[in-house]
Write a protein that binds this ligand. Structure first.
Ligand SMILES: C[S@@+](CC[C@H](N)C(=O)[O-])C[C@H]1O[C@@H](n2cnc3c(N)ncnc32)[C@H](O)[C@@H]1O
Length: 444
């Protein structure tokens, strides 16, 4: 019986965040799917953040914790009861450097937790191993450093081999290490609002802004920013630096009629509108998923956007008109966004990349029909995988030889390192940005 079935939803409400984290993690171990409980499950707003911190850090550092647990307990993971394993993970997260939880509380709460999970006979095991970790933390860290990159940085071994093959060992190390660091909150400002007022107000509220640029800035201490009046009024859009740069590549293209064909929740649509609003007379944002479309519509209202939202399947686009620019921000594995979504580390396989390639190619082929002669088709992913990036571009070009050509991006607008030798835009996950890929085609 899954732990979620064991405890009724009503029994999960207003419980200790560690308990809810344990339920999420036990379910994740059983089903491989992570379910984050929503705010309504928590008594205090601060509990939500603590719960998310525990769950996402266990998911992020799983293999490293498992290495420590096997070393300390001298037992293989298969011989450890899942409830005890989860209590150890949760204890270890709270004993990490920089944790705000007192050591005694981290241990005592994990011991209490194993009782709540109805395995009181395992409290000695949980207690002994967490105490041992406190005493032998340095030895564990030294031993860990001798392990392979997949254990040190908690990644799937095959995934590391693939990245090493494509990008080399140094770049792979940077990707893996960066995947374990929370992403910076990078903001673009809605030009309907006055920049100086926003900046001064946020500074006076104690937000530490840095990396200012023409369109926005980053925030070092973002906690509470989404409750600020500026966020509520639609002045702030979170957009990773990787995606901010793609717009710079579109400066010179005709953009009178634009279709964003996989649009929700709308980040690309809004950024495009804010930067090139004067050039665009028609901006259509279409999206397949009904719930995501609802979010898109809410965001259109929030940001006072002129985009026309249409729920549609881009495999069978319903549009009669053609467009100067069609954007396909394709559904993909998201392996460039592991910093934000650590569960992706454990969810994806080569089969997914190959399956995604078929979908992505079909989307491009269908959307290609909607591009005007001399118009452009922009392909974007947040994947690091060759199958979903170069692989899709090559296959698309080989079957559209007479109708589309690749328009290589030039270095002029951007740093040289983000343009590949073929003229694609590609960022690998780094301390500054997520992984992204883009290629531009022109209809002949
Ligand atoms: C990478 S996300 C888009 C992110 C969005 N462009 C942004 O910047 O906020 C891909 C989106 O494509 C949507 N999608 C997937 N298949 C689709 C299809 N056949 N037609 C239209 N949208 C689709 C997904 O629901 C998802 O919202």
């Amino acid at each position: 019986m899954s732990i979620i079935q064991k405890f009724k939803e009503s029994e999960l409400k207003n419980r200790d965040p560690r308990f809810l984290a344990a339920v999420s993690l036990l379910n994740w171990l059983q089903t491989k799917q992570i379910i984050f409980y929503q705010r309504s499950f928590f008594g205090l707003p601060s509990d939500v953040g603590f719960y998310k911190h525990i769950v996402s850090n266990v998911v992020r550092h799983r293999k490293r914790f498992e290495y420590a647990i096997e070393l300390l307990s001298k037992r293989s993971l298969q011989r450890i009861d899942p409830e005890a394993l989860v209590c150890l993970y949760i204890g270890l997260v709270q004993l990490e450097k920089g944790s705000k939880v007192e050591e005694y509380a981290a241990i005592n709460e994990s011991v209490e937790l194993i009782k709540t999970l109805e395995k009181p006979h395992l409290k000695g095991f949980v207690n002994a191993n967490l105490r041992r970790y406190l005493r032998e933390r340095e030895e564990v860290d030294v031993a860990l450093k001798t392990q392979s990159l997949d254990i040190v940085t908690s990644h799937d071994k095959r995934q590391i081999e693939r990245w090493t093959e494509f990008f080399g060992l140094e770049a792979t190390k940077t990707i893996c290490e960066s995947n374990n660091v929370l992403p910076e909150v990078q903001i673009i400002l809605n030009p309907l609002f006055e920049r100086n007022s926003i900046v001064n107000d946020l500074l006076s509220l104690g937000f530490d802004l840095f990396d200012y640029h023409d369109e926005g800035f980053s925030i070092k201490n973002p906690e509470g920013i989404f409750n600020s009046q500026w966020a509520k009024k639609g002045a702030l859009l979170v957009q990773d630096r990787a995606f901010q740069q793609i717009n710079l590549l579109l400066e010179k293209l005709p953009k009178e009629k634009v279709l964003d064909a996989c649009a929700a929740p709308g980040g690309k649509t809004f950024h495009l509108e804010w930067r090139f609003g004067n050039d665009i007379s028609l901006l259509v944002s279409s999206e397949l998923d009904r719930l995501r479309m609802t979010t898109m519509r809410d965001n259109i209202a929030l940001y006072q956007s002129k985009a026309k939202a249409i729920q549609a399947n881009s495999h069978h686009p319903p549009f009669k008109e053609s467009f100067d620019l069609v954007i396909c921000d394709a559904p993909c594995s998201g392996t460039g966004t592991i910093r934000k979504h650590p569960e992706i580390k454990w969810l994806r396989s080569e089969k997914d990349y190959q399956r995604n390639q078929k979908t992505q190619l079909n989307l491009l082929r269908q959307l290609a029909e909607l591009v005007k002669p001399k118009g452009h088709l922009l392909y974007i992913t947040c994947s690091l995988e060759n199958e979903e990036n170069q692989g899709v571009v090559e296959k698309f070009l080989s079957c559209s030889k007479n109708t589309f050509q690749l328009v290589p991006f030039s270095h002029s607008a951007l740093e040289e390192s983000v343009i590949t030798k073929e003229g694609y835009f590609q960022t690998l996950t780094s301390p500054k940005q997520m992984g992204a890929f883009s290629a531009l085609f022109m209809k002949m």
